[in-house]
Design a protein around this ligand. Structure first.
Ligand code: GLU
Length: 292
């Protein structure tokens, strides 16, 4: 049984890039007699807003995309994530990190990954006494000791429908944060726990999240969770090859709707993008306004 999900973070209105993820997942589910689920990734309560969730649901409905079953909302699942964080800690795979973003950026040798500078491992070597002393008074995040984790799991692979078998390389992303005080759980850990809870068989999402899969595969192995297969679809780009992004004026679905655009035209445009993924998107060719 094929199961996939669309997992928006309600931090703003859905744009055409989000629509491509949703439409790709929905199409693959409906063509396979499968299930298409909606998950609201609202763990970061400082940035997520209920009105964006409501708007996302309305946008999907306007586009003609229906979802199955109940909507899973990450803000309601703190206890499950706390279990996962505790389990990794009991396995001896987490350590408290007291570094600020500025500390990490300033570390001379810090190379950059897709999420910014890679953590240089500063707090991995603190003594237990030092950790206890600082945890009593300082803010900290729990980080995954990736090398120690890989020593337990051994080499890992995952399957991508575009790239084929992929050797997981979580070490390239450094010791990621799995939990912190304000947000509780990290994006990576919540996604892995929820894909398993929702019995997702194929994760459909944009190629910008391809690199995130390495550490997510590691977390699945550590927590004894099944590994879905992956379909990372190419991103929509403008005629200069730049990713279509809301900040550059890429239309939101709400704006297209307000401008009276026919949702069938949007779906045709998304079909064309799926059929010719490397082609820059010229919205005008599909009767869509390029800026609204
Ligand atoms: N919530 C993530 C986003 O909106 C997507 C996570 C995922 O599909 O794994 O970018």
């Amino acid at each position: 049984m094929y199961v996939t999900r669309f997992a928006p973070s309600p931090t703003g209105p859905l744009h055409l890039g989000n629509a491509l993820s949703a439409y790709t997942g929905w199409t693959r589910a409906r063509n396979n007699g499968g299930t298409f689920l909606l998950r609201i990734e609202d763990i970061d309560t400082s940035r997520c807003r209920p009105e964006h969730e409501a708007a996302a649901r309305a946008d999907l409905a306007w586009l003609g995309l229906d979802w199955d079953g109940t909507v899973l909302r990450q803000s309601e699942r703190g206890a499950v994530y706390a279990w996962a964080i505790a389990r990794l800690r009991v396995m001896g795979l987490e350590y408290p990190c007291f570094c600020s973003r500025a500390d990490i950026a300033a570390a001379a040798s810090a190379p950059h990954g897709p999420d910014g500078p890679i953590y240089p491992g500063t707090c991995r070597h603190l003594s237990d006494t030092e950790r206890s002393r600082r945890m009593a008074g300082e803010a900290f995040a729990w980080r995954l000791d990736v090398a120690a984790a890989l020593a337990i799991t051994g080499p890992l692979t995952w399957h991508d429908s575009e790239a084929g078998p992929v050797h997981a390389d979580p070490a390239a992303g450094g010791d990621v944060v799995v939990g912190r005080k304000a947000i509780g759980v990290s994006y990576h850990l919540a996604v892995v726990v929820d894909d398993a809870a929702q019995s997702v068989t194929e994760v459909v999402r944009g190629a910008d999240l391809f690199e995130a899969t390495h550490v997510q595969r590691l977390l699945q192995a550590l927590l004894g969770l099944p590994t879905p297969s992956y379909h990372h679809h190419p991103l929509l780009t403008d005629s200069e090859g730049r990713r279509l992004a809301k900040r550059d004026g890429a239309p939101t679905l709400a704006a297209l709707r307000a401008a009276g655009v026919d949702p069938a035209a949007v779906r045709s445009a998304l079909d064309a993008a799926r059929a010719a993924p490397a082609t820059p998107w010229r919205l005008g060719e599909f009767g869509l306004p390029s800026h609204l």
